[in-house]
Ligand binder design. Structure first.
Ligand code: F6R
Length: 353
């Protein structure tokens, strides 16, 4: 039930801080120790020489973020694969691979196909999904829940942030990150709510920047590049504004020729290592007429930035920086008079190959 909300998507965006809280409650005990993750999952990941994350669409984008936690904390090389590619053209595997399937629905046909193939090769598998008792959770060796509650809008929002958080928790469970993660997640939930409560700002940004525009860009580097891809998918799939999500440094290798007068370019700046470089890339687009909209975390922000995100551990920033993008997609779609929850040509769960 949508309750007071005009669309499920807005309700689901709004629920994200609560989901973060729910996940912290589920996966940590009072003392901040990990619970509810089977010891076998942890030992199998420890034994693996390489992790393979397999997913589609938004879940694939969450995997691109998750890779960072597994590589940084568990020191295990991690590959992220598009299920529909992997399924029919399996890449060379390492000797002891461990497979992680990310899915909201647990029913995506391409991911199911990969799971079947991998099981036939007898490699260990884990599904992280929102719908437990789905095909992907039943058929994998292990399953972990996203606990995001039913996601009805076609455009995935709370499942994405939940997928990132569960990957953070899992990587920390395998190899202690040194963070007081339960505490970090509690702070993260508060910061998420702060951004959600600023929704009117994103309504204004969306209406001003996207009115009459046919194309747009999201750019960033590192984790911001991963979020840029998800941000672009959100905007294009419901508003039909053709949007590219780009690693900021790659733009000048061709795609910058698409920038015209007033083309909206959203710059994401949450990573200190690359903040200066992204600033430079944003200037390059402005020099070609772009309308740059900068979203930066407090300590990396400069006067004139369009929105300042709360400071957060940089590894967790994707959970925050995606929320403005979700809201910008929502409001620009609303302004175009389109059905936010049911974009054309799309189904909530893609059960064909
Ligand atoms: C986009 C979206 C899709 C799904 C994709 C995978 O907003 O929802 O890209 O992420 O179809 O679906 P699941 O996660 O159910 O496997």
């Amino acid at each position: 039930d949508k309750g007071v909300y005009p669309y499920y998507m807005l309700k689901e965006i709004d629920e994200q801080a609560i989901v973060a809280h729910t996940l912290a409650q589920h996966y940590f005990d009072e003392a901040g120790q990990i619970i509810n993750i089977d010891a076998d999952i942890i030992s199998q990941i420890k034994r693996a020489d390489r992790l393979y994350i397999v997913a589609a669409g938004t879940s694939y984008h969450a995997g691109l973020v998750g890779k960072r936690y597994f590589e940084q904390w568990t020191h295990t090389p991690t590959e992220v694969h598009i299920a529909s590619e992997f399924a029919y053209d399996q890449p060379l595997l390492s000797e002891n691979p461990f497979f992680i399937f990310l899915s909201q629905s647990g029913e995506t046909a391409d991911s199911r196909e990969v799971l079947q193939n991998i099981k036939a090769q007898q490699f260990p598998t884990l599904t992280i999904a929102n719908v437990m008792n789905s095909t992907l959770t039943r058929e994998a060796d292990f399953a972990l829940p996203l606990l995001a509650g039913p996601e009805i809008a076609v455009a995935s929002t709370k499942a994405y942030t939940a997928q990132i958080i569960v990957q953070v928790i899992l990587a920390h469970a395998v190899e202690n990150s040194g963070l007081d993660l339960k505490e970090e997640l509690a702070k993260l939930a508060i910061d998420m709510q702060t951004i959600i409560d600023d929704k009117e700002i994103f309504k204004t940004i969306a209406e001003e920047a996207l009115d009459g525009q046919r194309s747009a860009f999201y750019i960033g580097r590192g984790l911001d590049a991963a979020v840029a891809m998800e941000a672009a998918l959100k905007l294009k799939e419901i508003s039909y504004v053709q949007t590219e999500g780009f690693a900021a440094g790659e733009l000048k290798h061709g795609t910058i020729s698409l920038i015209e007068d007033a083309t909206p370019v959203f710059g994401l700046i949450t990573q200190s290592k690359t903040a200066g470089l992204v600033r430079g890339n944003i200037e390059e687009t402005k020099a070609r007429g772009a309308n740059a909209i900068v979203l930066a975390t407090q300590s990396l922000s400069r006067p004139g930035d369009d929105y300042v995100l709360p400071d957060v551990n940089e590894l967790l920033a994707p959970v925050l920086s995606v929320i403005p993008a979700q809201l910008i997609a929502y409001y620009s779609t609303l302004a175009r008079g389109l059905d936010v929850d049911r974009p054309r040509n799309l189904a909530k769960s893609v059960t064909v190959q």
